[in-house]
Design a protein around this ligand. Structure first.
Ligand code: GDP
Length: 329
């Protein structure tokens, strides 16, 4: 990553949470997006290399194999949009099972939009309602993805109406009721704007994300603030703090003030920084405002802490927390 990349070529960021009732196809959808984003990248490389087929497919198959187990938190897609912009889409998983201790709220705080995946046969189910309610409470406007429309018993139009009725029931505003809509078969690997279209890939979904999910608020000129939403443990590097840079930017080796949710603060030095790259993590020297990253080298650091500028250490508003829900990996 270059530190002085011209702003005109800077990637556009979109942070999207994926919410769904269990078994409605969230994992399959992400798996396909990961698989195909490798293919998009391959096409771009092909164009640059004059049409030679590269190795991306092979390495991507491996990624894909591992992906099913790895996708428990975040992953990212680098995508060249139809309009020619480089886009980085951070996909944020939300637990589909019963929520304990505000985990759903915490991860939703990283997102500016949501993909609501609904089975085209079953329609909205109790967890659909549960997570949708939480997304709406955080001001997220969902893109509705009616999935599994390859099923012979699918009833996409009725399911769209059911989602609409659910949104009305949950008190959604008019703009939210006019939701962007995608029909998909995650299993067959395609997404369409109309239920009788059968495109070859999932571009329509990625385009919809870029068009409908707001870009992160640009607070890049302000003092650094990152809210820690998840903590990972690695036997090699210890605590890994994951969250979104809300203001300013982060640099590796930067001195920061870590303010925990009780207001206790310590001044520490960041070790390494990572962004998400497909299902892996990629080391970075700098993380821009709005991006989601993993920070290594801070201890103490806990969920709900703010990583702040030591010159102007201002804590972000506290978030819901219940320690038993920590991710242990
Ligand atoms: P999750 O619990 O939401 O992550 O759901 P999964 O992705 O694990 O999918 C649950 C089941 O639905 C699996 O058996 C999938 O193969 C199946 N499935 C997912 N997407 C589709 C789809 O588009 N069409 C059909 N027919 N089945 C699907």
């Amino acid at each position: 990553m270059s530190n002085n990349a011209a702003t005109s070529t800077e990637e556009q960021i979109r942070n999207v949470a994926i919410i769904a009732h269990v078994d409605h196809g969230k994992t399959t959808l992400v798996d396909q997006l990961m698989y195909q984003s490798g293919r998009y990248r391959n096409e771009q490389l092909d164009k640059m290399a004059g049409g030679q087929h590269g190795l991306v497919f092979d390495s991507n198959d491996l990624e894909r194999e591992r992906g099913i187990t790895i996708f428990s938190k975040n992953c990212a897609i680098d995508y060249l949009s139809d309009a020619g912009s480089n886009c980085r889409i951070n996909l944020i998983d939300t637990p589909g099972h019963a929520d304990f201790g505000g985990e759903v709220e915490r991860v939703l705080m990283m997102a500016d939009g949501a993909l609501l995946v609904v089975d085209a046969y079953e329609g909205p189910m109790p967890q659909t309602r549960f997570v949708l309610q939480k997304a709406l409470a955080q001001g997220l406007r969902p893109i509705v993805v009616v999935n599994k429309i390859d099923r012979p018993d699918s009833r996409p139009d009725e399911v769209v109406t059911e989602v609409f009725d659910l949104l009305v029931d949950l008190g959604a505003d008019d703009e939210t009721l006019d939701f962007p809509l995608i029909f998909a078969s995650a299993k067959q690997g395609w997404a369409a704007n109309a239920h009788d279209e059968r495109p070859e890939d999932m571009r329509a979904l990625l385009e919809k994300i870029i068009a409908s999910v707001p870009a992160p608020e640009d607070r890049s000129a302000e003092p650094t603030q990152m809210l820690v939403t998840t903590i990972d443990f690695s036997e090699f590097v210890g605590r890994v703090a994951i969250g979104r840079v809300r203001a300013g930017k982060l640099r590796d080796r930067q001195k920061v003030t870590v303010i925990d949710r009780h207001g206790e603060s310590t001044t520490q030095q960041i070790g390494q920084l990572f962004t998400f790259d497909g299902l892996d993590r990629k080391q970075a020297t700098e993380i821009r405002c709005g991006d989601i990253c993993a920070v290594v080298g801070l201890d103490p650091v806990s969920i709900g802490a703010t990583i702040a500028d030591p010159e102007k250490p201002v804590a972000l508003p506290p978030i819901l927390i219940d320690l038993p829900t920590l991710h242990m990996t």
